[in-house]
Write a protein that binds this ligand. Structure first.
Ligand SMILES: [Zn+2]
Length: 251
């Protein structure tokens, strides 16, 4: 993830310090969080903690269930520090373009190229289309289908009536890792305007998975810039341990 961040546009104008804390040092990490929560107008973004990405799900993140008590602990301890809590929800059509099942002869994790025309509609056949955009698409098992238990939030995840939910990936023809934009950058969700209207200056990001939806949400948050001071996410660092990655992005 660090390498990917170095490659991102964000690196060019933000000073980013990566701090890794192992699971056994978690209380230290919490005390650090206490220091940084002196800032005002903080939003806590909880990304895609849904059954499809949890144990038993069709696209389960390895040991991803471990993020739930961490997120719950953060909410328990720092709830009053957050002006806004937002949960993102992957929300796909049953025939979503990202599903390997929709591409005969393909298999999950295979990467294909999708082509879009001038009006950002998917080209069914590249040769019969005036291609304006191309998007790499990793194919996934069917997951997080609209109105199924797969798309529900994890049952143990703390939720409150004041939480806001941002759905993404509901365009059947384009995938969406980030909670801000789809993968083609064609359309945006209401997240950015929600943060702006709420006067958010600081964003914490946690959830699943650190290499896809948390990562791309974080990069977009940094690139959107003015309200981002730092980001926190979750990362499995090796086969024996977990790490919690705190990313301080000073604008
Ligand atoms: Zn998805």
């Amino acid at each position: 993830m660090q390498d990917a961040f170095v490659q991102s546009r964000a690196w060019s104008y933000l000073h980013v310090v990566l701090v890794l804390f192992s699971f056994r040092f978690f209380p230290i990490w919490l005390s650090l969080l206490a220091d940084i929560t002196s800032a005002s107008n903080i939003a806590f973004l909880i990304i895609d903690v849904q059954n499809c990405f949890l144990s038993g799900g069709s696209l389960a993140v390895n040991e991803g269930d471990d993020v739930i008590p961490i997120i719950n602990d953060i909410r328990c301890k720092y709830e009053t520090q957050f002006s806004l809590v937002v949960l993102s929800q992957d929300w796909h059509c049953s025939d979503h373009i990202s599903f390997a099942s929709q591409h005969p002869g393909s298999s999950p994790l295979q990467v294909i190229q999708l082509y879009y025309g001038q009006n950002k509609t998917l080209c069914q056949l590249e040769a019969a289309c005036d291609v304006k955009y191309s998007v790499n698409q990793t194919l996934w098992p069917d997951h997080c289908v609209i109105n199924t238990t797969s798309a529900n939030f994890g049952g143990n995840l703390t939720r409150k009536t004041s939480d806001r939910v941002i759905r993404k990936g509901y365009n059947c023809k384009v995938d969406s890792y980030s909670a801000f934009f789809d993968n083609g950058g064609f359309e945006h969700t209401e997240l950015h305007s929600l943060l702006q209207s709420s006067g958010i200056e600081v964003v914490f990001v946690a959830g699943l998975a650190s290499d896809y939806c948390v990562y791309y949400t974080s990069v977009d948050a940094v690139n959107l810039g003015k309200f981002v001071k730092w980001i926190i996410t979750y990362h499995k660092c090796n086969v024996n341990d977990y790490a919690y990655m705190a990313i301080y992005a000073f604008t």
